[in-house]
Design a protein around this ligand. Structure first.
Ligand code: SF4
Length: 145
């Protein structure tokens, strides 16, 4: 995992010394974590295949699709599974082992309900006409986030 600009931020301690020979108190700084390109590509392909299989479409605003795909990739890197990136969890590892919110989550599999707006049914007002998205589209859409 590399540290770059992305919408996925984590808190990291600063190790900058305040005075010579002494480390400054652990100030928390915001750093941005970029998921690996390999995981983004895996989740991109998965999203295309699952959209086709489920008869759903990506959002007219591909930035939405891109952010969700990167969020899934980030969880794949950090947790080993594509836990839904649009929810808060007290214990992510426990959620992964339960499987309910691993993408495609149970609401999606059972009722085609994707609250992340990654997979939209044709009647959804935000549904586009695409079931494909390129790696370049994802990187461009999230470049300034
Ligand atoms: Fe995947 Fe479900 Fe999250 Fe949609 S809501 S991105 S289907 S886990």
């Amino acid at each position: 995992m590399t540290l770059q600009a992305s919408p996925f931020a984590v808190a990291l301690p600063s190790l900058s010394p305040a005075r010579p020979g002494r480390f400054h108190r652990r100030a928390i700084v915001r750093a941005r974590v970029e998921p690996s390109e390999k995981s983004v590509e895996i989740m991109r392909k998965f999203s295309e295949q699952y959209a086709r299989r489920s008869g759903t479409y990506f959002c007219t605003d591909k930035a939405v699709t891109s952010v969700v795909i990167k969020g899934l990739a980030d969880h794949k890197d950090s947790l080993g599974a594509p836990l839904c990136p649009c929810r808060h969890y007290d214990d992510k590892a426990a959620e992964v082992s339960q499987g309910f919110w691993n993408c495609p989550c149970v609401p999606m599999r059972e009722r085609k309900e994707c609250h992340c707006m990654l997979f939209l049914t044709p009647e959804n007002d935000f549904a586009g006409t695409d079931q494909t998205i390129s790696l370049d589209e994802i990187q461009e859409a999230t470049a300034n986030m």
